[in-house]
Design a protein around this ligand. Structure first.
Ligand SMILES: [Zn+2]
Length: 390
């Protein structure tokens, strides 16, 4: 019998670690896994151990010279000058020991998830170690070395002949994945993110729609800073539904960065945990409506690793196994006891956020109106294409 979902996980993935002061911290994986264990919703036979991606697989997207540079950097044999050409050894993406192996294991995890779904071992697969959406063909960027999602999309095209709809809800634009498929109609990328006006990487405007044969297959919804739940969710819901109806995917790959939350130290959106409950709920519905359930979810950003990420990412798994009923209960006290001492903030004891988490700003109606106009522009092309086809 086909399983509802598999969870791709190994503690070895925490070896993707730049340094102790870096905001990217894969202790998040352990915190989430431990929360799911405390809930009693993950069994041994739900877990798949990630495999290591081969150089050939990484090469589905990345240049040979770049892979060689990452390998040399991880062995300590790459000069600073050459490293800079590849975006490594920077403040965002410093060199660390065995960085190639650690990065290849994250790619392999996403491929493990892909194979489980495409070979009908499970309807859905979750790999929280992936989602490194800023990696470019020949350059590291924004904490990302290898772009597991871009590799996975190309892998699904070649091995399974699949048309992939990629949905990215990280607060940062999913630039690496977008540019990877900018000129092809075989993959559709949709990114909803905080506008690039003040935020890395600065791209992701409504005008980035793809080029050549790929025109229309890149969709961007850049929402305003301080956007709250209702507006974010409404833009997301409309955009993913219309994109799926337009593109008719065989499989959905979602990138689930958890950095659109108000507490996130690197971004300026005002989502609460409610947004992270709705994101997988709507993606799940879409996967069953269009893809016979085929849905792979990966992680991504998320820099409040204590109060936000474990809850947000657990909600993905609870959605996949249809156990959202557990969200009515408190957070298991043993999870709080285990981790409270290490956390700089009091850990949440509920799945919801407090009503008074932040002061609502009077400008909210204006922001919502602006987002509605943005969404119109984002979907203008596919709405008109549909009309002319009829
Ligand atoms: Zn991000």
């Amino acid at each position: 019998m086909i399983k509802d979902a598999v969870f791709v996980y190994s503690e070895d993935q925490m070896q993707y670690k730049f340094n102790d002061d870096h905001p990217f911290n894969h202790l998040r994986l352990r915190l989430t896994y431990d929360l799911l264990l405390s809930l009693g919703v993950i069994q041994e036979d739900d877990i798949l151990t990630p495999r290591m991606a081969t150089d050939e697989e990484i090469n589905l997207f990345h240049d040979d010279a770049y892979i060689e540079a990452v390998q040399a950097a991880g062995k300590g044999t790459l000069s600073e000058g050459i490293a800079a050409n590849y975006g490594i050894g920077t403040e965002d993406t410093p060199i660390f020991k065995n960085m190639h192996e650690a990065s290849a294991l994250l790619v392999g995890g996403t491929l493990t998830a892909v194979d489980a779904v495409m070979q009908n071992k499970a309807q859905h697969a979750l790999h929280l170690g992936g989602g490194l959406h800023h990696g470019f063909r020949g350059r590291a960027s924004g904490f990302c070395i290898y772009n597991d999602s871009a590799i996975a999309i190309e892998y699904m095209r070649r091995h399974y002949g699949a048309r992939v709809l990629y949905i990215d809800t990280d607060a940062h634009h999913g630039d690496g994945v977008q540019w990877a498929f900018y000129d092809t109609p075989d993959a559709c990328t949709l990114s909803i993110h905080e506008t690039g006006r003040y935020l890395f990487p600065g791209t992701g405007s409504v005008n980035e729609k793809g080029q050549g044969q790929g025109f229309g297959f890149s969709i961007n919804v850049p929402v305003d800073a301080f956007t709250e739940d209702d507006s974010f969710i409404s833009c997301y819901e409309t955009a993913i539904e219309e994109a799926a109806a337009f593109f008719k995917p065989d499989v959905i790959l979602t990138q689930n960065g958890a950095d659109a939350h108000y507490y996130d130290p690197l971004t300026h959106l005002s989502s609460t945990i409610k947004t992270f409950e709705m994101i997988p709920r709507l993606a799940h519905k879409l996967a069953h409506k269009y893809c016979g359930g085929k849905w792979i979810a990966v992680g991504g950003g998320g820099y409040d690793i204590w109060r936000v990420v474990p809850r947000a990412w657990s909600m993905l798994w609870l959605e996949m196994i249809n156990r959202q009923d557990l969200l009515k209960h408190p957070i298991p006290p043993q999870w709080i006891e285990t981790w409270q001492e290490q956390s700089p903030h009091p850990l949440p004891d509920k799945w919801t956020d407090p009503e008074d988490m932040y002061e609502h700003i009077p400008r909210q109606a204006e922001i919502t109106g602006k987002n509605e106009k943005t969404l119109e522009k984002s979907l203008y092309y596919i709405r008109n294409e549909k009309k002319t086809k009829k």
